[in-house]
Design a protein around this ligand. Structure first.
Ligand code: SAM
Length: 282
């Protein structure tokens, strides 16, 4: 949609964009094409769009995909979209909160969305944790969230969100988007990230929960050494100091290592070392 079309739609609806619902509408057709293009859609794809808003992306998705499921929380926008696209057979409009919507019946699907910034991280987490994990996602998020998703070890943005996401997805930053491309402009820059489901799981399912628990503990107090935080874990993973030190040694890490120094591959190895049954004493 052009800026004029976007303003006209907002006027027609007498809609004061809601900050709580992250309502910054994309008003730049070229950017809309770039976003949709990054999803590499085929005519047999089902696409889930979260927060279709006025339909800036929806109109392009409908040209390319076999089926579009668009979940909008705001009733006024839901009605607007019903009027705008109501006759399109391939569109399933849903008036719901995407934080509660059950994605499973839509699978297999891809996701294309300009996420409401107010809930971008929990929505992303929900998609990543879903048993019906999408095989491809192209998401516009605050630049700061994109930085966390693509962060490298030892950087300030590297943390649990980076590792939880990269456990399943290869993440790439595709574009930076200026606030001027939205009406109203958000306070910060945005970025488009693409997430591609890894072709093979990096960890056996039984180790996923311990991995997440170790990572959460490792970054809970990020300035602390792993030997100060991991042995205090309460559940499934038994981390005694001697075993941790031996595991760090086998990974060529110093006993003083902190969580932010370990790459994803090292976190995976550390999980295996700590969760595998300890060797029986001879
Ligand atoms: N896709 C449109 C675009 O690109 O212009 C709108 C994007 S706007 C950043 C976010 C949209 O998500 C708004 O339409 C807002 O009403 C909707 N939204 C906010 N929270 C939501 C939620 N929990 N579930 C579904 N939609 C939500």
């Amino acid at each position: 949609m052009t800026p004029n079309e976007t303003r006209a739609a907002l006027e027609q609806l007498a809609l004061q964009p809601s900050k709580a619902l992250g309502q910054n509408f994309l008003a730049d057709r070229n950017i809309a094409y770039l976003i949709v293009d990054a999803a590499g859609l085929h005519d047999d794809d089902t696409v889930l769009e979260i927060g279709p808003g006025l339909g800036a992306l929806t109109e392009l998705l409908l040209e390319l995909a076999r089926r579009v499921v668009a979940v909008e929380k705001d009733g006024r926008l839901f009605e607007f979209l019903r009027e705008r696209f109501g006759r399109r057979q391939k569109l399933q409009l849903v008036h719901a909160d995407a934080l509660e919507f059950d994605f499973a019946p839509v699978a297999p699907f891809k996701v294309v969305a300009n996420l409401p910034y107010s809930v971008a991280t929990p929505l992303l987490q929900r998609l990543v944790d879903s048993p019906a994990r999408p095989r491809r996602m192209v998401l516009t998020v605050q630049r700061e969230v994109a930085d966390r998703l693509t962060a490298q070890p030892r950087s300030k943005d590297y943390g649990a969100l980076t590792l939880y996401t990269q456990l399943y997805y290869e993440v790439r930053r595709e574009h930076i988007i200026s606030p001027r491309c939205f009406i109203p402009p958000p306070a910060v820059e945005s970025a488009v990230v693409s997430l591609r489901l890894a072709p093979h799981p990096l960890l056996e399912p039984a180790l996923e929960a311990p991995f997440k628990e170790l990572v959460r503990a490792g970054f809970g107090q990020r300035r602390k050494m792993l030997r100060g935080v991991l042995p205090k874990l309460a559940t499934g993973v038994t981390v005694n100091a001697g075993r941790l030190e031996a595991a760090l040694k086998r990974l060529d890490l110093l006993p003083t290592a902190r969580g932010e120094e370990l790459s994803l591959a090292q976190w995976l190895l550390l999980t295996r070392e700590l969760v595998a049954p300890a060797a029986e004493p001879k």
